[in-house]
Design a protein around this ligand. Structure first.
Ligand code: NAD
Ligand code: ZN
Ligand code: ZN
Length: 365
């Protein structure tokens, strides 16, 4: 029997979100219904509300979630009712050309549920990133459910479902940060702060945090940054070169751009050492273009210019491992949970995010 539950929906562009009744179908083949326990408020949810992702309103928002599998459809073997899971938005297909060559992190045909959740009048909902977890329950593809240690705090580990995984993965997967590498992170919101944590986990040194907001820099220091640079006061490229320059280095080995703007990408480009790696994890808007950089500098400085989709993570490999590190006290995911809020507090959370007051507000159900 389809169930009616409450969910937070963006009905029209730039309108405040509303808590309404939504209908969750029984899981079909390859699908699962998950009882949501916690879901973080991410910048992307606001982008959806503003029509910045696409025009497929109404959107069921929320996508950084953990919960309990309630029911599974035919043929589902990887999860079962009662499992504690973190939801992911890149359930790999195992069949596309990227999967075929063993690069599952690039899968070009990731899975979502086939059936649609709806409003009570039958209007089909577009779930944010194929998840839609600002709701008591949600319908996803079974591959979007990753089993993790059931003892872990849902509000903290749910954040691995998007921003925190993207940030940690940008460092350790895409940037291949390892022991002793120098790292600079430009933009220290939820994603950039997670890159700092990932770099610290990997043993990087120094770890330089760059932001224009002193509150974010203070948090970055708590999370493992060895140096902080306020780029509204000083030139961050010069500051980074000065910090790493003792052995003649012209910049950091790995620079992670976690803002998503041409001017910060340009800073990251020039803040790398020769043959260094630039990782773009911030998401630009469609109107932005590459900054004006002489092509000879691209050649002359060498190295790699990379983008990081979801931190190049493999949820099945990375989520359980990171949850175990959290449970052992070696990865402070609690530091990312600035506040726990109710499901009807999303608009207020957007406001706080907009003013830079929080790393994450997390809805707890
Ligand atoms: N690649 C992915 O898979 C992925 C996943 C999730 C989020 N993201 C993207 O990552 C980016 C960051 O997300 P977030 O949740 O951390 O956002 P956020 O708003 O919490 O953080 C952005 C940070 O950048 C800082 N900033 C803004 N302008 C700056 C500048 N000129 N120089 C230095 N710092 C500046 C802000 O002060 C803030 O601390 C966004 O673009 C988001 O869409 C990417
Ligand atoms: Zn694939
Ligand atoms: Zn997100």
């Amino acid at each position: 029997m389809p169930q009616t539950v409450q969910g937070v929906v963006a009905l029209a562009k730039s309108e405040p979100v509303q808590l309404v009744d939504i209908v969750i179908p029984d899981p079909g083949p390859g699908e699962a219904v998950v009882q949501v326990q916690a879901c973080g408020v991410c910048h992307t949810d606001l982008h959806y509300r503003e029509g910045g992702i696409n025009d497929e309103f109404p959107f069921l928002l929320g996508h950084e979630a953990a919960g309990i599998v309630e029911a599974v459809g035919e043929g589902v073997t990887e999860v079962a009712p009662g499992d504690f899971v973190v939801l992911n938005w890149r359930a790999v297909c195992g069949e596309c050309r990227a999967c075929d060559r063993g690069e599952l992190q690039y899968c070009f045909n990731t899975h979502n549920a086939t059936q649609k959740m709806t409003l009570t009048d039958g209007t089909e909902l577009s779930p944010a990133l194929g998840i839609g977890a600002f709701a008591e329950k949600t319908l996803v593809a079974a591959g979007q459910c990753t089993k993790v240690d059931p003892e872990a705090r849902a509000a903290a580990v749910g954040l691995l479902g998007c921003g925190v995984m993207a940030g940690i993965g940008a460092a350790i997967n895409t940037g291949a940060v390892t022991r002793g590498k120098s790292v600079a992170v430009i933009g220290c919101g939820g994603v950039g702060a997670a890159s700092i944590v990932g770099s610290a986990l990997a043993g990087a040194s120094p770890i330089i945090a760059v932001d224009i907001d002193e509150r974010k820099l203070a948090k970055a220091r708590e999370l493992g940054a060895t140096h902080v640079v306020n780029s509204s006061e000083v030139d961050p490229v010069e500051a980074i070169r000065e910090i790493v320059g003792g052995n003649g280095a012209e910049g950091a080995d790995v620079v992670i751009e976690a803002v998503g703007r041409p001017e910060t990408w340009k800073q990251a480009f020039y803040a790398r050492d020769l043959a260094g790696v630039l990782v773009l994890v911030g998401v630009p808007t469609p109107d932005m273009t590459l900054p004006d950089i002489p092509l000879i500098d691209v050649f002359g400085r060498g190295g790699a210019l990379k983008s990081s989709w979801y931190g190049d993570c493999l949820p099945k490999r990375d989520f359980p491992m990171l949850v175990d590190l959290y449970q052992q006290g070696r990865l402070d995911l609690d530091a990312f949970v600035t506040e726990e809020i109710g499901i009807d507090d999303i608009e207020a959370a957007f406001e706080k995010m907009h003013h830079g007051d929080v790393l994450r507000s997390v809805v707890v159900l």
